[in-house]
Design a protein around this ligand. Structure first.
Ligand SMILES: [Fe+2]
Length: 686
């Protein structure tokens, strides 16, 4: 994806097929009266994908009683009272884009705060938005941004957004956040309707009657979108949340989808529920169109850049049959659906930040399931060696996969010996990503990766006999989450061989906070960190600890690895301890209720890569990237059951800063931590 610079702007605007404002209209007086009529713009305003001289502005002007606007005037000013207009233009709106509007405001100064507003032909205006342009490539000042993921206002409150706003308003001008990176699950396409659950509760959360699909399908306990109108409904409904809307009106957003913007367990253009794959090309196109309509972003349609209209291909729902070597379905309707919107891209902030965003869902091989090697009674944990062999398929061992897999004392045939390696980037995107990584001149190469790469595992080989009826079938670790091993190794090898320093991954999806070092492999293989990674807790969606606490029975044998039942009846996330320190630590915690004694039994080989793991956490993460270091600050809040009426968004659970000194290629990165506020979560002594 090209970046935009001043010289390219006019040509780029033409190529984007859109109205563009220019600095040539600088200092023009206000043309007509303006009255704020927020109710006509119920989703507020937003801005997205800033460069050093332009930013995309967004709103939705809803028709009311047949009164629809055909075009909106957009005005940009350096002042909140618009006493001087630096850019003005007009943008068409209509039913074909659900009355949403995108406008590229160009010719702006770098690293500047701007205000913007939309007005219809009657002078009825949107709320006023604020945005920031990016610093120029030579700007050496620190870059600050926040990253977030996983917001579900149907089941919780957006207190994290309120807190982020409250804190940013109190920062010195030079320390304010320059943008918000949203790493996906902006919407959850699965919706639980209150009347379907006893007491209107789902796993202890009060269900809000926020999203209703006119054409939805019921699948088990939840409702799914069927078509474009349903996907639009989700965005329209979410954006009425006042905290989310205020955040979009305060900062430019840079958005990357995760899985739920299309389909929970879906991959490419296919849905998967209960292990059954169904073709869903029509819904993939609908999901893409709704995302394009509601997220102002520099993304590419099938025929190129276009901010005015979405060109939806006519597709049919057809099963995939033939695949390329990395598992991409070559079925024409699949390719047309995926090609309707390409959103992987890179953006630059000054001298220090190259943000490289990958789309980990559209080209993923996805359909592969490691089923036969999942042992019974271990809650889905998989012996690592066997998992690596089947996950890597024909790519295992540098292209020399074994004929058999040692598992449960037997040698099982390796049925995936000739299969494609499980991967999530695809051939074309991977080549683009590796090239961007190699050619980046920024101090920090920040990979926006929706779900992250840090493996979580524990030493089930050390679990005492008799706890689970069936013995652990391996002398190896049990992987709780991981995969894509061959692709991960290829990327780590490239970072090492190219001597790339300052490589940092930021991720979401896990509904929990993680900090760690990125390594090709872990003990008993080599541990060779080449980067750092930070995963942010969810804005509001339920986390692992909350779900397990609601669903795990008292008598379940592995309960001490997941939950610590304290003598006073409180329950803590023992899983933090298990993934960082191993099973002996968690079993000791349940026996003695003494975290120090538990930590004394830590197995250092379980997770030399992990520096922090809190499986019961919500909030957001802020980043400060400068010439000599990067700081990632976890801002953790309690479970947001209800909206806080407090202007600061409610209480804080903890604030932990991870400090990473800049390292050069060939050196090893390291993470230092400090607890700034609150109490560090179980298993994470700081
Ligand atoms: Fe999520």
């Amino acid at each position: 994806m090209p970046l935009f610079n001043r010289r390219q702007f006019v040509a780029s605007a033409a190529a984007l097929g859109m109205a563009a404002a220019h600095s040539s209209v600088r200092a023009r007086p206000r043309a007509k009266p303006w009255t704020e009529r927020r109710e006509l713009y119920p989703q507020g305003v937003a801005s997205g994908d800033p460069t050093s001289e332009s930013v995309i502005l967004w709103t939705r002007r809803q028709p009311v009683d047949g009164n629809a606007a055909a075009a909106l005037t957009v005005e940009v000013s350096e002042h909140a009272d618009f006493r001087r207009i630096v850019a003005r233009g007009r943008a068409r709106i209509g039913a074909d884009t659900d009355w949403t509007c995108r406008f590229l405001a160009g010719g702006l100064e770098s690293a500047r705060e701007y205000y913007f507003r939309f007005t219809d032909e009657q002078g009825q205006g949107s709320r006023i938005g604020r945005t920031m342009t990016a610093p120029s490539d030579s700007d050496g000042r620190p870059v600050r941004f926040a990253f977030v993921s996983c917001q579900d206002p149907t089941q919780g409150a957006m207190n994290a957004w309120r807190k982020m706003i409250f804190e940013d308003e109190r920062r010195a001008a030079g320390e304010r956040l320059g943008f918000v990176l949203h790493l996906g699950d902006f919407i959850y396409e699965l919706v639980f309707y209150p009347e379907d659950s006893p007491g209107g509760l789902s796993r202890g959360r009060r269900l809000r009657d926020l999203v209703r699909y006119a054409n939805g399908r019921k699948m088990g306990a939840f409702h799914l979108p069927s078509n474009l109108d349903d996907y639009r409904t989700a965005y329209r409904s979410y954006l009425t949340d006042p905290d989310l809307q205020d955040a979009r009106a305060r900062w430019p957003f840079v958005c990357m989808w995760d899985n739920h913007e299309f389909s929970w367990q879906g991959f490419q253009s296919q849905e998967m529920f209960n292990g059954e794959i169904k073709p869903a090309q029509t819904r993939k196109v609908a999901a893409n169109q709704a995302w394009w309509e509601y997220q102002p972003a520099r993304v590419r349609q099938a025929k190129g850049f276009n901010l005015e209209a979405f060109d939806a291909p006519q597709v049919s729902d057809v099963p995939l049959d033939k695949f390329d070597p990395l598992g991409l379905g070559l079925e024409p309707n699949n390719l047309a659906a995926l090609g309707s919107l390409t959103i992987y891209r890179a953006l630059r902030w000054g001298r220090h930040v190259d943000l490289i965003l990958t789309d980990n869902r559209t080209y993923t091989s996805g359909s592969y399931e490691p089923g036969p090697i999942i042992p019974e009674g271990y809650r889905g944990m998989i012996p690592q060696h066997a998992y690596e062999i089947v996950d890597s398929g024909s790519a295992y061992g540098g292209g020399n996969p074994p004929a058999t897999i040692r598992y449960g004392g037997k040698d099982l045939p390796n049925t995936r010996r000739e299969g494609s390696p499980d991967q999530h980037l695809g051939t074309v995107q991977k080549a683009w990503f590796l090239d961007r990584l190699k050619s980046s001149k920024a101090t920090w190469k920040i990979w926006g990766h929706s779900f992250g790469s840090l493996i979580s595992r524990t030493d089930l080989q050390n679990l005492p006999a008799g706890i689970v009826a069936q013995p652990w079938p391996s002398d190896d670790y049990g992987v709780i989450s991981g995969g894509y091993f061959a692709q991960h190794a290829e990327i780590c090898d490239l970072v090492r061989s190219e001597n790339i320093g300052g490589f940092a991954i930021v991720a979401g999806d896990r509904h929990s906070f993680w900090a760690g070092l990125v390594s090709k492999s872990l003990p008993p293989k080599g541990f060779d960190p080449v980067g750092v990674e930070f995963v942010t807790g969810s804005i509001s969606a339920q986390g692992t600890f909350e779900v397990v606490r609601q669903s795990m029975k008292k008598e379940e044998p592995l309960r001490p690895l997941y939950l610590h039942d304290r003598p006073d009846g409180a329950i803590e996330p023992a899983l933090n301890m298990t993934v960082r320190h191993g099973v002996r630590a968690s079993l000791e915690l349940q026996r003695s209720h003494d975290a120090e004694r538990a930590l004394a039994l830590s197995n250092p080989d379980v997770a030399p890569h992990l520096k922090f793991a809190d499986l019961g956490a919500h909030g957001f993460t802020t980043v400060r990237a400068s010439a000599d270091g990067l700081e990632a600050e976890f801002v953790c809040i309690p479970i947001p059951f209800e909206r806080s009426e407090s202007p600061d968004g409610g209480p804080l659970a903890y604030r932990v800063v991870n400090r990473v000194p800049l390292w050069r290629g060939g050196e090893k990165p390291r993470i230092e931590q400090a607890l700034l506020e609150g109490t560090a979560p179980l298993g994470n002594p700081i």
